[in-house]
Each structure stands twice: as C-alpha cells, then as structure tokens.
Design a protein around this ligand. Structure first.
Ligand code: GLV
Ligand code: MN
Ligand code: MN
Length: 427
C-alpha cells in the first residue's frame, strides 16, 4: 500500500496545539526537559497514542514508547521518533516534528487498517537537548550503553537538581530498564537546523551520518577585588581571561574551516557585580567536526591555549571534557529505505551529514538507523523564529511513513527466509 498518505493539516494542528505547552511570546517554546511543562506534553503524547490503541511504556530514563502491534509480535519493533524537550528559547519544530510526524504516520496506518509485519513504535527520548542537564542525548546514550543509568541519573542542573530526582518529580521514571528494549530499526525525522536544503531547493535531506562533537566545562579562577581601588597590575580578572578564551575558541574553529565549529554557549560570572573585579567564571565549550581526527586536534589546541591565556593574567583554570560523541555513519539499509521513500513520493533529495546532535546518533550503535531532514527557513534553529512550513513538515512525515514501510517489507522478506534473532538484553 504505497498510496498511504499522511494528513498535513492534522500534523500541523498537532504542532500548533503542543506549541502552547511552554509557548513563548515570540512564538517559540521553552519546555526544558523534565519540567512540569515537559510532563504536560508527555501526558498529551500518552493520551493521543493510547487513543490509537497503542500500549505506552516508559523506561527508567523516562523515555516513552508507544507501540502498535504488527503481524509478528516476536519481531522487535521498527521505531520512529525524536524528542519533545526544547531549548530555553527553542522553536516549534526541533525534535517535536520527529515525534509528532511519527504520531501522524502511526495514525495513518491505524486509519487505513494497515497491518505491518513488525510492530511500529513512536518514541519520545528524554533530554535530547542537554540544556538543563548536560550532556545532550542522555537517555538515548543510556539506551545504547554509552552511559550508565546511574551516571545519567546523577547529572545535575545548575540549581543542583539531579536528573533522576526530576524524573520522580514529574512521575516519569518508568519500570522498564533503559536499553532492555530491542529495536529492528530506528528512523528520526528532524528539521535540518542549517541552511543547505533551503539554499539548494531540495525537499528532503537523506542523512548519512552525524558529525563528531565534544563538550567541555572550564572554570577560570582569579580574585574578587574592588574595581575602584585595585590597580590594574594587581588584578586577577577571571572575566578578562574568559573573554580571551571565548575569542580563541572561535579562532580554533576558523583555523579548521569550513567544516569546524566552536562555541562558548554558557557563561556564569561571579560575583557578577558592577563594582567587583570578577573572581570566577564558568564557561562551556562546544567543538564539532565531521572528522574525529580533526576534532582531536582542535581539543589539543584548546588545551594548549589555556595556560598561555591564564598565566599572564595571574589566573588559575580547570578544564573537563564532559562529552565526546564520535562521528556517526548511518545504516545503508535504512538510508536505502529513506531514498526509496522520497523517490516514491516524488521529492528531490540531497545526501548530508548532520551538524546537530540527535538521538539517532546513539541509537545507531544498537539498531540500524537513519534520519530524514526537511528544510528550515534561513537555516535558523535553537531560536524562537525557527520555521518549517506545513507542506515541508508533511513531506518529511510522508517520507518517514514510507521509509518505515519500506524497511518493514524488507524485514518481512529477510525474516521469512531466516529465523528471528532478538538482541539480548543489556544490563
Ligand atoms: C542538540 O540539539 C545539539 O546538537 O546540541
Ligand atoms: Mn533536536
Ligand atoms: Mn536541539
């Protein structure tokens, strides 16, 4: 049944309805992971999928799985999804499109009475953004065995609340062990978050991989002092050191142009008083490159530059690499399903590597995985102005549906020739 068609209006209505949960005056969403707003959108998702007859399960990292049965209950599900948490000044599409597009695909199957071979699941992963709790993609990382659940649950936000406590507060620490949930495949629909598809006029990005990324936390320590009475030569101004580090992070990325990017996204200045020379600054660094070897070189350059900046200013510093996500290549079979799905619907495509991190990057370690990108206006994302049109969202959801069905048909052919092997449970 290749003529199944998702309902663009219904998907758009869902996007606009859920955008009210944490909606900002500028038209974006502020729905940080595991807040009460996150609970509200999770409850909405649970109600919508349960109304379609799905069994909804939650694991001990709060990830939600809504399952529609297939012909073979012994075959692990083909999953599709993304995340419903947002950045503090997030848009309406980052992550949300991947979950609601998957919901729409599932609803289309349900209404058509289409019986898939494998069960089909829609997944909402916990803490993809990494804004409240670092690092990003925490639950999918535990699911893939990259992080232990104990380590992940003990990550703290800047107020000192642990991720595990936040799960309990909103009532979303489920009984299922994270990772004890084999998948036949995973497909993630997402907005591109960059300018390429729009600039080239392509409808669909066939995502073949994700670039490598590393996160660091740096604390620069000097000495609080009076701004009026302390001569310049006696100061230990931590913010001045931080300013030089920020400039240097940009320069390191520029030295590895055009693929490298480097950002200081968070900074906390203490005591942050206008007539105190700052005694301590906390800052975060995000370095990314598609080639892990270049990323390693960028890290060495960052390490080398800190003493040369801090020494002359009389400052101490500490740096910790808190996250290292290797570059990822997606599964050729899943990529093939995305290509055929786009061709079937008459959409133009372009192969691309994702600049942003996604849950699919971790899931690719434990299940065949691929991603589908749709354009976003001006390439703007992590911004309340983020925009993808109704038609572009629908195109992505349509390709998602057809890619899942393509993979399902292939799975049915393979498994009718060979017996089912399910992934053993990991501890
Ligand atoms: C996630 O949004 C990331 O790429 O940092
Ligand atoms: Mn995202
Ligand atoms: Mn994001």
């Amino acid at each position: 049944m290749s003529n199944l068609s998702i309902d663009a209006e219904r998907l758009w209505a869902d996007l606009l309805e859920t955008a009210h949960i944490g909606g900002t005056p500028k038209g974006g969403i502020c729905r940080l992971t595991l807040t009460d707003l996150d609970r509200q959108v999770r409850d909405w998702f649970k109600a919508k999928t349960a109304a379609l007859g799905c069994a909804v399960t939650v694991d001990d990292m709060g990830t939600m799985f809504a399952r529609r049965p297939g012909a073979r209950s012994d075959v692990p599900p083909i999953a599709m999804g993304s995340h419903l948490d947002t950045q503090p000044t997030g848009g309406k599409f980052d992550g949300v499109l991947g979950v609601l597009g998957a919901l729409e695909a599932l609803r289309t199957l349900h209404e058509a009475g289409y019986e898939t071979f494998a069960p089909i699941e829609v997944v909402n992963w916990t803490n993809e953004e990494g804004s409240r709790f670092a690092p990003a993609m925490t639950a999918s990382g535990v699911f893939a065995g990259v992080f232990t659940r104990e380590w992940a649950a003990s990550r703290r936000d800047r107020e000192g609340v642990a991720l595990g406590e936040a799960l309990d507060i909103i009532g979303y620490r489920g009984p299922q062990r994270c990772g004890a949930h084999p998948l036949s495949a995973f497909f993630e629909l997402h907005i591109e978050q960059g300018p390429i598809l729009e600039a080239e006029g392509s409808d669909i990005g066939v995502v073949t991989g994700v670039q490598g990324m590393r996160w660091y936390e740096i604390t620069v320590t000097g000495q609080d002092a009076h701004t009026g009475a302390t001569p310049m030569r006696l100061r230990k101004d931590a913010l001045r050191g931080a300013a030089r580090i920020i400039e240097r992070v940009g320069a390191i990325a520029e030295a590895h142009a055009p693929a490298a990017v480097g950002t200081v996204g968070m900074i906390e200045n203490k005591p942050n008083s206008r007539n105190v020379v700052p005694g301590e600054v906390f800052l975060t660094v995000d370095l990314r490159h598609p080639d892990d070897a270049v990323l390693e070189k960028m890290e060495r350059e960052l390490d080398a530059t800190l003493p040369t900046i801090c020494g002359p200013l009389g400052l101490a510093f500490a740096i910790a690499r808190i996250w290292d996500q290797l570059a990822v290549r997606f599964d050729p079979d899943c990529i093939g399903s995305v290509r055929r799905a786009a061709a079937l619907s008459g959409f133009s495509t372009r192969d691309m590597i994702s600049g942003a991190g996604h849950d699919a990057a971790y899931i690719s370690r434990v299940a065949p995985t691929a991603m589908i990108f749709v354009p976003c206006k001006g390439g703007i994302s992590h911004n309340e102005a983020e925009f993808t049109s109704k038609e572009q969202c629908a195109a992505g959801a349509q390709v998602l549906l057809q890619a899942v069905l393509d993979f399902d048909r292939g799975l049915a052919e393979r498994l009718s020739a060979n017996p089912v092997r399910t992934t053993p449970e990991r501890s």
